[in-house]
Design a protein around this ligand. Structure first.
Ligand SMILES: [Fe+2]
Length: 365
């Protein structure tokens, strides 16, 4: 097994709803890489290699994107001797110290502009008319913290894939992981409007992973900014000091602390600003959130992350291919989906480069 394969973890479980056999709903489908000692948790009629006849359902009640590995073993520690492709040494040190790094101009301006346009079109809102911005969501989101934070339920548009398979974006994730064999998340975008009385929300701080696990889960997340953000515009906020001092901090916390939400009292919250086209990559151990947009302009971003490819997980690979081919969104706790089905009815299947096919799982590394 190669490095990426070894980087697989034992505690990820991906669940499927089996459409053909309703009585099997929400049975666990364990990963092919799970150890034999874990097989008793599997439903007897399901095997790790069976093809899903349904859809990927994120019902784990945690916000992490289920379309790639939720946890892996380790990030790049530079032991492979490979030169960094995109990050400078200064970037590398910053990443190690703060748990996040910003890669400027990760995608061309033209990519950014057309992504913005398609998000406005998809949301049926006019960038120049704030009266159109505050219509109620088409479908309620179960994860209440995300309510009114402007999630756009689009996942597989050509322009989204163009950013995912843009070489500089990929190379930045190669630097972070230390392997070329990556899959990209099939994730959505964000159009976060200035708050108004009828559309208000609190900025929140969370982890997308269970920080009580030992060893700590390892993963990264990322966003591409589609606008220049200023401090009031509701972009990314995080607590680097907690990333640095987690092990000491956790000793000061009660045993029943919420492993997904830190008590932020006394901690220094940093508000990060980015330019259109910047890629922000952050460690999943960095407590983070969307801040409240108290400005006058919308914040727009596309969520893009990568993690080591799970080529042995045939069910997940097939779901990912179907998601791209048939424009199917994840559904569940954090993913309300688009009741209009615009991705299927209005837009074409995205054309992929060879790199794109590998990042999807259609072509093996
Ligand atoms: Fe998050």
């Amino acid at each position: 097994m190669d490095t990426a394969g070894l980087a697989l973890f034992h505690n990820q479980i991906t669940r499927y709803v089996c459409m053909a056999k309703p009585t099997q709903s929400f049975k666990y489908l364990t990963m092919a890489t799970m150890t034999p000692t874990m097989t008793p948790t599997m439903a007897p009629t399901m095997t790790p290699t069976m093809m899903p006849e349904g859809k990927l359902v994120d019902d784990l009640k945690i916000p992490g994107n289920p379309s790639v590995a939720r946890f892996v073993a380790k990030l790049n520690d530079r032991s492979n001797g490979q030169p960094l492709r995109v990050l400078s040494e200064e970037d590398w040190q910053f990443w190690q110290t703060n748990g996040y790094v910003i890669i400027h101009d990760a995608v061309p301006k033209g990519h950014v502009e057309r992504m913005r346009d398609i998000l406005w079109e998809f949301e049926e809102k006019d960038p120049n008319n704030p009266e159109t911005w505050y219509r109620a969501a088409r479908k309620d989101i179960e994860m209440v913290e995300l309510k009114n934070t402007g999630m756009v339920e689009m996942y597989n548009h050509q322009y989204m894939w163009d950013n995912r398979m843009y070489p500089k974006v990929y190379d930045a994730f190669v630097d972070v992981w230390g392997t070329e064999k990556l899959w990209v998340t099939i994730d959505r975008a964000n159009l976060n409007f200035p708050v108004r009385p009828e559309l208000d929300y609190e900025g929140f701080i969370h982890w997308d992973i269970d920080t009580s696990l030992n060893p700590k889960p390892v993963n990264v997340q990322g966003t591409i900014s589609l606008v220049d953000t200023d401090i009031n515009m509701g972009g990314f906020q995080c607590i680097p000091e907690l990333f640095r001092n987690f092990d000491e901090w956790v000793k000061t916390q009660p045993a029943d602390r919420n492993p997904f939400r830190p008590d932020t009292i006394g901690l220094n919250l940093e508000k990060i600003t980015t330019k259109a086209g910047d890629l922000l990559i952050f460690s999943s151990m960095l407590a983070h959130g969307i801040r409240k947009n108290t400005g006058t302009k919308p914040r727009m971003a596309q969520y893009v992350s990568m993690s080591p490819a799970l080529e042995d997980n045939e069910s997940l690979r097939q779901w990912r291919i179907a998601s791209w081919r048939d424009r199917i969104a994840p559904e569940g706790y954090a993913f309300p989906g688009d009741p209009r089905k615009w991705e299927q009815t209005r837009y074409e299947r995205a054309e992929l480069t060879e790199l794109g096919e590998k990042l999807l799982g259609l072509r093996k590394w």
